[in-house]
Write a protein that binds this ligand. Structure first.
Ligand code: ATP
Ligand code: MG
Length: 561
């Protein structure tokens, strides 16, 4: 966090609490994912906030698995979440916890609520409980079991724990107020019976606490000072506080809500992500088209760029939708500085340079970065046959088209100026090859290369090119807010993945997974973490360049003037 930046409202509250000596100046936060899916970009916002504010104030952060829902949760998700938090750049050290670590304490807390007369065992069916709860406009009704004696409640609750009852036979409820305008306070359920094994506690329990009860008390047990969560929990805060009022734990956390991150063209609902994964619409939770952390990592988004993005979007209470362009700009900015430039052709069109010696290979020097000479240069082989991008040639080109056209000239990046003399076509009239002549006096960097032309295009030597599978990703959805559509399947972009047989300059064969490069004029790319090897070269497109043409053409014009 930049000190010059105005503090968001949460950081202001924390600064005030530190100044007033609340919690002895301590700042303890937690990130509490439920292990029922992979983390997504929305979670990144919460992770950056929770770990960020603690780090800025010499505080601590727990990674706490909210595992109160056995059956939907799994160890696979636990592992993935840990990997993702670490990858994003945060460390919980020894502060790894689970709501299930506190099942004994939570059980004790429940019994003490019963003894205080503010919790009771109810034996209505789930459906009756729903009916009795009332509606937003109508008060609820008391359950006929609401006035059971403390002894009877303790006895029933212990027998619930002992496994004497079937799922749904009884629940433990808080006794608050069935006519409260806040439905969360209408005797919320604290415990329900579920005869299922838990991934962490095995078969020790057959009653499981509800989220609201477990969450606030886990916060208290861990000494959390500021419990930061998204706005949908605002109406739960009175309940959060009610538990603390009743049980008076030594540490009293405070819940503060902020608006969730909604990212345009991205899904941030685990349930819907799960649907895409299980129905095979995408290739797993780490599909590079998903805004999951695992997907973004595989796509090649640097963790630092995601952290930068989270800082730029800030923290408020206002619901809003962030444009994908903002995230992509953070990615570009991050990659621009470090990514070495390389040449690669996605849609190869062959050129034969008719006046270039057959069989000759020339090594040309190419800068690795236009503005960072310290990144050095490399040698790129050049020969009689090369590939250029199919759309860098146009047969019936307008006057302002400065790339290759019949009779026109263009500069090959780091090489020579060539002229298109002849267009070769197949029987159906498709262009299959260009015959061009090269001006030997125009080698880039040589003393005699003063002659300028307006267009510069990239190329690779046909003889030396590495064939590669390149995966060009586009938005997965056709609408900006796929989360609001009932049937996400109906808004899938059919061209979200285009796989091309590309030709790369030979230096790219040695690329290491996790390292991004810029393919000149095309975008940033990285070898696929899983599928790339020296024998089968596979690259992912991380992000396009905003304006590949303008930049290089501007440079060319500057050189000219
Ligand atoms: P579910 O739909 O399963 O409830 P969830 O997205 O709420 O999923 P959790 O695992 O409960 O996922 O979330 C962990 C934490 O991340 C919570 O504190 C939650 O508030 C926060 N979080 C979840 N989604 C977002 C989001 N889009 N923006 C900011 N924070 C989020
Ligand atoms: Mg949740």
């Amino acid at each position: 966090m930049n000190d010059n930046q105005p503090k968001d409202f949460i950081r202001q509250i924390i600064a005030e609490d530190i100044a007033s000596g609340k919690h002895g100046g301590a700042v303890v936060t937690r990130f509490p994912p439920e292990p029922n899916g992979f983390l997504h970009v929305g979670h990144a916002k919460s992770i950056c906030l929770n770990f960020g504010v603690a780090a800025e104030n010499k505080g601590r952060t727990f990674l706490r698995f909210d595992d109160t829902n056995p059956g939907k949760e799994s160890e696979e998700y636990v592992r993935a979440i840990k990997d993702d938090v670490r990858w994003l750049g945060f460390d919980w050290n020894d502060r790894l916890s689970h709501a299930s670590d506190y099942f004994d304490q939570l059980y004790e807390a429940a019994e003490s609520l019963i003894r205080k007369g503010v919790a009771y065992v109810d034996s209505l069916t789930a459906e009756q409980i729903r009916e009795f709860r009332g509606t937003l406009t109508q008060a609820g009704k008391n359950s006929p079991h609401r006035d059971r004696s403390v002894d009877e409640n303790i006895d029933l609750f212990r027998r619930m724990r002992a496994g004497e009852f079937a799922d749904g036979e009884h629940v433990l409820r808080a006794k608050i107020d069935m006519s409260s305008p806040n439905i969360n306070l209408r005797d919320p359920t604290l415990y329900r019976i579920r005869h299922v094994s838990h991934q962490h506690t095995g078969d020790k329990w057959c009653i499981y606490p509800m989220y609201d009860f477990a969450h606030g008390l886990s916060d208290a047990f861990e000494g959390i000072t500021h419990s930061l969560c998204t706005l949908e929990f605002e109406d739960h805060r009175p309940l959060y506080d009610w538990f603390l009022d009743q049980l008076e734990p030594p540490h009293r956390p405070r819940q503060i809500e902020f608006s969730r991150l909604n990212l345009a063209f991205a899904l941030t609902s685990k349930r819907k992500l799960n649907q895409l994964v299980s129905e095979g619409v995408v290739n797993g939770w780490d599909d590079p088209r998903l805004a999951t952390l695992a997907g973004m990592r595989r796509r090649g988004y640097p963790a630092a760029a995601i952290r930068d993005f989270c800082q730029r979007i800030g923290v408020t209470k206002k619901e809003n939708m962030i444009e994908m362009a903002l995230l992509e700009n953070c990615i570009r900015e991050n990659l621009d500085l470090g990514a070495k430039r390389r040449m690669a052709v996605m849609q190869p069109l062959k050129i034969t340079l008719t006046n270039y010696e057959q069989g000759k290979t020339e090594m040309l020097t190419a800068q690795n970065h236009p503005s960072r000479p310290e990144l050095g240069s490399r040698e790129v082989p050049f020969g009689r046959e090369i590939f250029i991008e199919r759309d860098d040639f146009m047969e019936d080109a307008p006057k302002k088209y400065f790339r290759l056209k019949p009779g026109g000239e263009v500069r090959l990046r780091f090489a020579y100026i060539i002229r298109c003399d002849e267009v070769v076509k197949d029987g159906e009239g498709n262009v299959t090859e260009l015959l061009c002549s090269l001006d030997h006096e125009t080698k880039s960097g040589s003393a005699s290369s003063e002659r300028k032309v307006k267009g510069t295009i990239h190329w690779v030597s046909a003889q030396h090119a590495v064939s590669a599978e390149v995966r060009l990703y586009d938005r997965l959805f056709t609408v900006a807010d796929p989360g609001s559509v009932d049937d996400v399947m109906s808004v899938l972009n059919p061209t979200s993945l285009e796989v091309v047989d590309a030709k790369l300059e030979p230096a790219l064969r040695e690329s290491a997974a996790g390292i991004a490069v810029q393919f000149e004029r095309l975008g940033y790319f990285t070898p696929d973490i899983l599928d790339h090897s020296a024998n089968k070269v596979v690259f992912n497109r991380i992000v396009t360049l905003r304006d590949g043409w303008a930049k290089i053409e501007k440079q060319a014009l500057q050189q000219q003037s």
